[in-house]
Design a protein around this ligand. Structure first.
Ligand SMILES: [Zn+2]
Length: 367
C-alpha cells in the first residue's frame, strides 16, 4: 500500500474537512508515492516513538497530535522538533497525523472515552456546522429512479440510521435549445414543456463532487439543471465532545471512583457540589470550550482535561467538572485507530504489520 492509498482510504472514515480549521493534519512528512512497510501508531511523536518505529521497520508513523504544528524557522538538531524531523527524513520515514478529525468522528477519541466510562445513548456534544449542502436536480419523470440511485450510491441522503433520503415533487420544466443543441426531449429551436421531478437530497459537502459526477452520468439531459445550496443546519454525525447517560445514577464519589478505575488514574482534579450523576459529557484532551454545551444539554458532569483554576470556579455550581488528564483521556483511542487502519490494510492487501507504540508519551508525571 502506498501512502497516498492509505491517505485516501483513511480520509473517507475521518474526513479532513471536519477537523478544526487551524489544525495541521494529513501527511506531514513523506512522499505520497512511498510504499508503506509497517505502521506504528502513537498519540505523540517523540524520539522514543521514532526509534521504536525504526526497530520495528515501520516507515509510517500515524499520530494523533501533529508533530508539525507551528511553522519551523530551521530544521536543525537545536530544537526537539528539528532533531526529530531530521531523524525521520534521514530514515525515509513518513508521518501522518489524524487530530481533530479523529476527535470528531463517532469511532474516535470522545466516543471511545464515553464507552470506557460506561455511557449509553452517546451523541456528539457539539455538532459541526456549515458542512451540509442541499442538492436539487430536475429530472424527467421516467428517469428519477436511475438518477436518485446514482446519487444515493455516491453518498447522498445517508445520515445516521437512514439512507436513500430524498424528497420529490412533480412540476413542469421548460427549455429551448439553440441550433447546436441535441435535446434529449423535443427539438432544437423549439420551446419544450416537460413533466419533471424536482429531486432533493442532502449530503456532506466533501461528497458533493462525487455525487454530482454520478448524477450527471445517470441524467439523460445534455445539460442537467441542478442547484447546490449550503445549509446552516448542524451535522450531528460529526463534532467535538460526546454526551450520554449512565445506566443508573451514581453519587459524585462513585462516579469519580469509576473514572479513576476506568482510566487507571491515581488522582484527578474536580470541582462541583455533591449531586447525583446521570448525564455525562466528555471531551478528550482540552475541552474547556465545550463545557457550556454540556451545561446547556443538562449534563450533571463533564470529563475533560487541561482545565484552568478559574474554569473550575466558573462552573462549580453548574456541574461536576473533572480534569482527568490530557494523555489519559486520549490514549484510549489508539486501539480503535489501529483497528480502522487494520481494516484499510486488509482492503488494500497490505502485508505489513500495524503496531501500537509501547511508549507512554505522556510528558506529565504525578508524584
Ligand atoms: Zn490532545
Amino acid at each position: 500500500m502506498k501512502i497516498r492509498e492509505f491517505q485516501k482510504e483513511f480520509e473517507e472514515i475521518a474526513p479532513p474537512t471536519i477537523a478544526w480549521s487551524g489544525d495541521n493534519i494529513g501527511l506531514l512528512i513523506g512522499r505520497p508515492e512511498n510504499r508503506i512497510t509497517n505502521i506504528l501508531i502513537a498519540l505523540d511523536l517523540t524520539m522514543d516513538v521514532a526509534l521504536e518505529a525504526k526497530r520495528k521497520k515501520a516507515n509510517c508513523i500515524v499520530t494523533h497530535h501533529p508533530l508539525l504544528f507551528h511553522p519551523l524557522k530551521n530544521i536543525t538538531p537545536s530544537t526537539r522538533t528539528g532533531e526529530l524531523v531530521l531523524f525521520l527524513t534521514e530514515g525515509k520515514m513518513n508521518v501522518y497525523a489524524a487530530h481533530t478529525n479523529l476527535d470528531s468522528v463517532q469511532w474516535g477519541v470522545n466516543f471511545v472515552l464515553a464507552e470506557k466510562l460506561g455511557l449509553c445513548d452517546v451523541k456528539i456534544l457539539s455538532p459541526i456546522k456549515n458542512s451540509l449542502v442541499s442538492i436539487i436536480v430536475f429530472v424527467p419523470s421516467g428517469h428519477v429512479e436511475q438518477v436518485a440511485d446514482a446519487m444515493h450510491n455516491a453518498g447522498a441522503g445517508a445520515f445516521s440510521k437512514y439512507d436513500q433520503c430524498s424528497f420529490r415533487a412533480e412540476g413542469t420544466g421548460t427549455f429551448r435549445g439553440n441550433d447546436t443543441s441535441k435535446p434529449f426531449i423535443g427539438k432544437a429551436g423549439t420551446l419544450e414543456r416537460v413533466q419533471e421531478v424536482r429531486l432533493e437530497t442532502t449530503a456532506e459537502q466533501w461528497k458533493v463532487g462525487g455525487i454530482i459526477a454520478a448524477m450527471l452520468k445517470a441524467h439523460p439531459y445534455e445539460e442537467a439543471a441542478y442547484d447546490i445550496i449550503p445549509l446552516l443546519n448542524k451535522n450531528s454525525e460529526y463534532g467535538l465532545g460526546a454526551i450520554g447517560t449512565l445506566p443508573k445514577p451514581l453519587s459524585q464519589k462513585d462516579f469519580l471512583g469509576r473514572i479513576k478505575k476506568q482510566l487507571g488514574l491515581k488522582t484527578l482534579k474536580f470541582s462541583g457540589k455533591e449531586s447525583s450523576i446521570r448525564t455525562v459529557a466528555v471531551c478528550g484532551g482540552s475541552g474547556s470550550e465545550f463545557i457550556s454545551d454540556a451545561v446547556a444539554q443538562g449534563a450533571d458532569a463533564m470529563v475533560t482535561a487541561d482545565l484552568k483554576y478559574h474554569t473550575f470556579q466558573e462552573f462549580e455550581s453548574h456541574l461536576l467538572l473533572v480534569d482527568a488528564g490530557h494523555y489519559e483521556t486520549e490514549h484510549l483511542v489508539l486501539p480503535a485507530l489501529a483497528k480502522k487502519i487494520q481494516q484499510i490494510a486488509k482492503r488494500k492487501n497490505h502485508s505489513g504489520k500495524i503496531f501500537i507504540t509501547q511508549q507512554s508519551t505522556n510528558p506529565v508525571h504525578i508524584f
